[in-house]
Design a protein around this ligand. Sequence first.
Ligand SMILES: C[S@@+](CC[C@H](N)C(=O)[O-])C[C@H]1O[C@@H](n2cnc3c(N)ncnc32)[C@H](O)[C@@H]1O
Length: 323
Amino acid sequence: MILSSTIQSVSPTIPLVLQPQDMKLHSWCENFLPINPSVKVVTTDQSVAGRGVFAMDDLQPDERICFIPNALVFHQENCASCFPQLAKEISKSKQKYGFGMDEKKFAWIHRLWRKVARKTRVQPEFYHLEEDDLWQPELTLYALEAIKENHPWKEWIDQWNRDDPTYSLFKKNAKVYDEEVIDLTAKELQKQANYFSDLHLKAALSIRLGRFEEQKQVLPLKDDVETSSMYSLLGSRAGELGDNLTGVIPFHDMINHSLDPNLSMSYGQDHIEIYANRPIAKGQELFLCYTEIGREMSTSNALWSLIQWGIPHRKEDIKIFDF
Ligand SMILES: C[S@@+](CC[C@H](N)C(=O)[O-])C[C@H]1O[C@@H](n2cnc3c(N)ncnc32)[C@H](O)[C@@H]1O
C-alpha cells in the first residue's frame, strides 16, 4: 500500500486490466446503477490501495461518474425495510439496554480511558454509549443477514475488502486485554505513520476494541471472527449520510481517499451523484475526500483515519496538532 493520500496516480505505463472479480463487481454495479462507461473498478498495484476506480478514457470536468438511487444505499433505514425481523430484534435490544440507565456497567471502560489519558496526556472524550453510536454494530448485523439471506446486496458485500494492520487485528477477533497482539499491531501502524508514538497507537487500538466490546453488550452480535471482521470492514466503508443515518454507498465505496480529490458529490432528493471536478486523464485513479476536514487535517483526525479507515496520512498533510 503506498502512503500517498494526496498524490494522484500518474497515467500508468502498464495498461489497466480488469481481474475476474473486478468484472463481477462491475457487472453487479452496472445492473443496479448507471455508471459512466469510461470508469472501471480495477485491482492493480497502480491503485493507492490495491483496488480503486480508474478512468479508462479522458473525463471532462462536471462529467457524471455515477448516479446512485438512495434506495440502493446500505443504511439503517433501507436495511430495516429489507430485514424487518432483524430490525425488530435490534430495536428490542436497544430498549432492553436502556441508554443512560446503568452507568456503572461501563465503569471498566472509563477506567481504561483514564489510564490512557494519564499515559499519553491525551484527554479522550468521555462519553457514554448512545443510540447514535450503534451504526457500526447495527450495520454489521444487517450485512451478515444480507449474506445469509442471499440478498441482492450479497454480491457487493462479498467484495468488501481492506488491507491494513487494524483490520488484521479484528480478523483475529482480538480483545482489549490481548496486549501482545495490540503491541504488534501498533508497531505495524507505526511503520505507516511514524509520527505517532507507540503509546498513542496502543491507546487508540485499545479504545477501538473496548468500544466494540461495549457495543456487543447492547446488540446481539456474535463473538466470532466473521462478526469482528465485518464490523471492521464496515468501519472503513461507511459514511455519515444524515441525522442518525450512516451507510455504505454502492460503487462510491470502491473509490479511494485523497485530500486533493478529483471527484465531488451532490445529493438530490432521491439519489446521490458523483462527478469529475476537473479534467481527469485516461489511466488516472479517481479519488474522493472521505473527510470534510480535508486540508485542515488534525493529529486526532489522522489517528482516527488510520485506525478506523486504515488510511495513513503524511505528516506534512497534518495542519492542526491537537495532541
Ligand atoms: C471505501 S474503501 C475504498 C476501496 C478499497 N480500496 C477496496 O478495494 O474496497 C476504503 C479502504 O480503502 C483503503 N484506502 C482508501 N484510500 C486510501 C489511501 N489513500 N491510502 C491507503 N489506503 C486507502 C483503506 O484500506 C480503506 O479502508
